[in-house]
Design a protein around this ligand. Structure first.
Ligand SMILES: O=C(O)c1ccc(O)c(O)c1
Ligand SMILES: [Mg+2]
Length: 743
């Protein structure tokens, strides 16, 4: 674990990694990532399965625990102390200040001994007294390493992106090489490297054994001061836009065998319950490992292609493969150095293909159920089944299935209990919320195994007389995620749990189930016979029948937002499909949609900055289920005839639409009449209408995609939210009360 004592400066005498460091990849987390007192952070890290921690100085300074107690707590928890940090403003000081800096370092070495930490992070200087002199920096770091070495300590030098003279990793490497001491190596922090250069090269050429420590953080691309960016906006891997797989592949190619350690400064995470936050952190690392393996496979395939003289493809991170290797000593298909890189013991199996939403389950109560069923009925749904043993109903129309459950809650809540029920006003409105999402998988068992390898909590299978054994896990927000067999996969038929009522599955297209694709329709409403039906084979029904569930939108509290995103993205292997931020009447709402390649499965997440307040509603943007249709105008007309009061849209909205897009006058007047909202992108168009809020926090939406439109109409969220608020203020949520008898 410790560097070889002795003054030999030769690199070949490098202390090298200890046996522990050679074992399968270890995972660590900096205490700064997590909220709470030091003991809270350590416990959370250990229970999420981390092997080690970086102790951040502030966390120790404010802790009542003497370093010896921290050391023994870590040992009890099975954690190693992988790093103590940061040690600032050390190098390139005038002689008289250098002596004091060395003395300061010795005190920290004393502390590290008590703590059981063997590596100290020294970050590049910001001192106003420092001078721009690499030779001096190298000389002083060498002196530091010499003292450290005598104490069995290693120095990992990190270039802060805002360092006064040293702010690029290449520069820190030059200085480390120049200092040439076995107890001095590099700390690479993905934030500092990638914030300066999104596609760095040459990391894989760093001498073996000289990468002492690796810190991983992602971040969104932001055009701002880099220090502010780093201190407030870092994210766990996969949550931002850095090419971390490409970066990590290079680090591993340099023979790095130390821990993969997360160092994420983030204002929200600092306030979040550290237990779930540590789990999110671990999940992001497991997903990153998978991504880097995938990256390696691609790279190898590209290498083979090149060997066979085939044209090269664009590599990840926008680089051509040869650029990634221009300074590399390694040939593309030579095995990656660093044989210590092995699969995570529970590497997740690949995600089976997902074929769309199987059903969405809503929890309802005596107050909300009549509203919800009236809206479903107006949309053409029929109650086709009643559960054999529970107060649960199946409602179907076209390819969409909705399950209404009078006893379910999100995981961790008692039936009938809703956190903040009063705050949501649920005592008056009744409760209605999405409690389960079910997706169709080609291999439900493997989907569940993957979810569990990604640290999802498995849920007890639903079992009872005549009940299908569905595999299910809990998402971080408590939503239950079910995997149902689809695409001919064998498995339990969950619909068999329901006693048929004798009613058909709704719609005029007959009882066929789930055959239509909800993903797109190419007819433009109103293009021929204004708001006329779509045309052509493969379209969704021409009558305004509904196809499959297009997407489900889940509200996420701000402190759960990125964690949920990582969960759904990694467990279901989804990609980001849309990202939006909009200024709604009661504050900023951000939304991100993830979906599979085919577009058949989409999950939108949205959330506001603050959780609650007397002024702004606590759930400012309710959850919704969106059903696809091939003719939104026909669907709206039929729903209206059946008694649905479609959420009214303001006249100002249509005036604005007219100004922006100049739609055909009849199309515009139909949209106005039917309260249909509109969006377009470079791929296609989107038409949609909404019901009022049903119960406390759910509404339905009917959507028509024309062409390959990618989004989900987020741009219209402010107008919809204002309309929902107005409807509530009038004391009568529209949509819910049949005017002329349902069905
Ligand atoms: O923001 C900082 O000062 C800071 C400190 C230590 C680190 O390892 C780092 O990446 C940033
Ligand atoms: Mg760092």
């Amino acid at each position: 674990m410790n560097p070889t004592p002795g003054p030999s400066p030769s690199v070949s005498a490098s202390p090298g990694p200890s046996p522990a460091r050679r074992s399968p990849v270890r995972k660590g987390v900096a205490t700064v990532c997590l909220s709470g007192l030091l003991e809270d952070k350590l416990r959370a890290a250990a229970s999420a399965g981390f092997h080690g921690v970086e102790i951040f100085e502030n966390d120790l300074v404010v802790s009542a625990m003497p370093p010896e107690d921290v050391r023994s707590l870590c040992a009890d928890l099975g954690l190693t102390v992988d790093l103590y940090q940061p040690f600032r403003d050390f190098e390139a000081l005038p002689e008289e200040l250098h002596a004091a800096a060395l003395r300061r370092a010795e005190r920290k070495f004393d502390l590290m001994e008590r703590l059981g930490a063997d590596t100290l992070l020294v970050c590049s200087t910001l001192s106003p007294y420092a001078v721009d002199d690499d030779a001096l920096a190298a000389q002083q770091l060498r002196a530091l390493a010499e003292r450290a070495c005598e104490r069995g300590i290693r120095i990992a030098y990190e270039a802060l992106a805002w360092g006064r003279f040293v702010n690029r990793w290449e520069h820190s490497w030059q200085i480390v090489r120049r200092a040439d001491h076995p107890a001095l190596g590099l700390c690479l922090d993905s934030f500092h490297v990638l914030s300066r250069d999104p596609a760095p090269t040459g990391i894989d050429t760093v001498d073996e054994g000289k990468l002492f420590f690796l810190q991983l953080a992602d971040a969104p691309r932001l055009d701002m001061d880099v220090l502010q960016w780093s201190r407030h906006h870092r994210l766990f891997p996969g949550q931002g836009s850095f090419d971390l797989p490409g970066f990590l592949a290079q680090v591993l190619a340099a023979g790095y065998e130390g821990p993969l350690s997360l160092e994420v400064f983030n204002d929200v995470f600092r306030q979040t319950d550290p237990g779930p936050a540590a789990l999110d952190a671990m999940r992001s690392l497991v997903a990153l490992e998978e991504a880097v393996r995938e990256y390696g496979r691609r790279e190898q395939a590209e290498g083979q292609q090149r060997e066979q003289g085939q044209p090269e493809q664009e590599g990840l991170g926008g680089q051509r493969p040869e650029e990634r290797h221009e300074k590399g000593a390694r040939q593309p298909n030579e095995p990656v150095r660093g044989g210590g890189w092995r699969l995570h013991p529970a590497a997740p199996p690949p995600a089976p293909a997902l074929l769309g939403h199987a059903f969405v389950e809503l929890a309802v109560d005596g107050v909300s159920a009549p509203e919800v069923t009236a809206a479903l009925t107006a949309l053409g749904f029929q109650r086709t089944g009643i559960h054999r043993s529970k107060p649960v109903e199946l409602w179907q129309q076209g390819g969409s299935d909705v399950v209404l459950n009078r006893e379910a809650g999100r995981v961790g809540r008692e039936a009938g209990e809703v956190s903040g029920a009063e705050e949501h006003g649920e005592t008056e409105t009744g409760r209605a919320e999405v409690v389960a999402l079910a997706v169709e998988s080609l291999d439900p068992e493997q989907s569940a195994r993957r979810a569990e390898a990604l640290l999802a909590t498995p849920l007890p299978r639903r079992r009872g007389p005549g009940e299908a054994e569905l595999t299910a896990v809990a998402a971080p927000d408590g939503t239950q995620l079910f995997f149902c067999p689809g695409g001919g996969a064998s498995g339990p038929d969950w619909r068999a749990d329901f006693e048929p009522t004798g009613a058909g599955p709704g719609g005029e297209a007959g009882p066929g189930r789930g055959t239509e694709s909800g993903s797109e329709s190419r007819s433009r409403p109103g293009s021929e016979s204004r708001s006329g039906p779509g045309s052509g084979p493969g379209d969704l029904g021409r009558t305004g029948d509904l196809g499959r569930i297009d997407h489900v939108a889940l509200a996420q509290p701000n402190d759960q937002f990125t964690g949920s995103l990582t969960f759904y993205q990694s467990v279901l292997d989804l990609r980001e499909r849309d990202f939006a931020e909009y200024a709604a009447p009661f504050g900023l709402v951000r939304s991100r949609t993830v979906g599979n390649e085919s577009g058949e499965l989409r999950i939108a997440m949205h959330g506001a900055l603050l959780r609650r307040g007397r002024w702004a509603p606590s759930v400012p943007d309710p959850e919704h289920i969106a059903f696809a249709t091939g003719d939104v105008f026909a669907a709206a007309r039929r729903a209206r005839e059946r008694g649905l009061e479609i959420l009214p849209v303001t006249g100002n909205y249509y005036d604005d639409l007219d100004a922006r897009y100049a739609p055909a006058p009849r199309l515009l007047s139909d949209m106005r009449e039917l309260n249909i909202l509109y969006d377009r992108d470079e791929h296609g168009e989107f038409f949609h209408f909404c019901t009022g809020i049903l119960g406390s926090r759910v509404f339905f939406e009917v959507v028509q995609r024309v062409g390959g439109y990618r989004g989900d109409g987020a741009v219209n969220a402010p107008v919809r939210m204002a309309a929902h608020r107005q409807a509530r203020a009038r004391g009568r949520a529209p949509a819910n009360r049949p005017r002329r008898g349902a069905g």
